[in-house]
Design a protein around this ligand. Structure first.
Ligand SMILES: [Zn+2]
Length: 321
């Protein structure tokens, strides 16, 4: 570990973005093992890392960066939610670090998350098939942006599969249900949850003095929000409550460091998806005929657009949980 830290010169998985003194965002490089963003927060005498990326290799770089930048070990890790691109690197941080999440997120990881991984390990064939199918689509795609996005998705999936047999699914060790604070010698952070919107339970990290929020996937910047497990109405309610906080800078779950403008864009996107599906159902048309609205065409994660429509359709027609 020591050699790695001393020689740490950067990562292929993420770029570091200095948000404020002692607050660094690790912004995912597309097509690598990170997939999601993470953040490193120097509390003075201790260090907090927010989210642990999609592969062990990417998380090794994150741990090295955190130790190199702050000069001390990581004492706390927060998982904003259970998705693998925010939790897969967990195993690298104990025993020096405690891993913190909401109690619901831990519960989902301990059951659904763990089972899903066991399934992926015992039968990886469907994932490899999906990778091959996407590879064929890539060959046929004529739209350069879509082609690039699919190539990134496939490259990241291959990285994930490469490390899967080394993954030791590591659960949070401390949970909270509404809010908890961590007091460092230089800085206090608040871990907050207003319930589940993007997933069944979403937390974020708020630095009131610096007016910074590390939002997990509740806010994405210029990426289609991922609604596969979403409750759209709850998501909007959560963002409305977040608006009441004094926030100037947002570290999103995907995309570049941004501001409240991007939070508002996510709200508009969710409302637009719901409206599009409602109109389509009312006019007895098919949701597969809905194309991406012009305003979102330069956003990334385009492949999630159709699954977002499907999720909302299922919720509206009551066939989803
Ligand atoms: Zn997510």
């Amino acid at each position: 570990m020591k050699n790695r830290i001393e020689t740490y010169t950067g990562s292929k998985h993420f770029r570091l973005n200095y948000v404020a003194e002692g607050v660094v965002a690790a912004i995912s490089v597309p097509g690598t093992g990170s997939v999601g963003n993470a953040a490193i927060i120097d509390l003075g005498d201790t260090t907090l890392v927010v989210d642990t990326l999609n592969t062990i290799e990417a998380a090794e770089d994150l741990l090295a960066a955190a130790t190199y930048l702050t000069g001390h070990q990581v004492s706390y890790v927060i998982n904003t939610h259970w998705h693998s691109d925010h939790t897969s690197g967990n195993q690298l941080f104990p025993p020096t670090a405690q891993i913190i999440s909401t109690s619901t997120t831990r519960e989902i990881m301990a059951t659904f998350g763990k089972n899903r991984l066991a399934q992926q390990l015992s039968n990886p064939v469907p994932i490899y098939q999906a990778i091959e199918e996407l590879e064929e689509k890539v060959q046929q795609e004529t739209d350069e942006k879509l082609k690039k996005e699919m190539q990134w998705e496939n490259a990241s999936d291959r990285e994930y599969m490469k490390m899967l047999s080394n993954l030791v699914y590591t659960l949070p060790t401390i949970t909270f249900d509404q809010q908890m604070s961590i007091y460092g010698s230089h800085r206090t952070v608040q871990l907050i949850t207003y319930g589940g919107g993007h997933t069944q339970s979403d937390a974020f990290v708020y630095l009131p003095e610096e007016k910074i929020a590390v939002m997990g996937d509740l806010v994405l910047s210029k990426h289609h929000p991922v609604m596969m497990y979403a409750n759209p109405q709850e998501w909007l309610n959560i963002l409305k409550r977040v608006e009441l906080l004094d926030i100037e800078t947002i570290v999103p779950g995907h995309g570049e460091v941004c501001s409240m403008k991007e939070l508002h864009e996510v709200k508009c996107y969710i409302k637009d998806i719901v409206t599009l599906v409602e109109e389509t159902v009312q006019s007895k048309k098919n949701i597969t005929d809905i194309s991406v609205p012009k305003v979102y065409r330069d956003w990334f994660f385009t492949t999630y657009f159709s699954s977002n429509l499907k999720r909302v359709y299922d919720l509206i027609t009551k066939s989803a949980d």
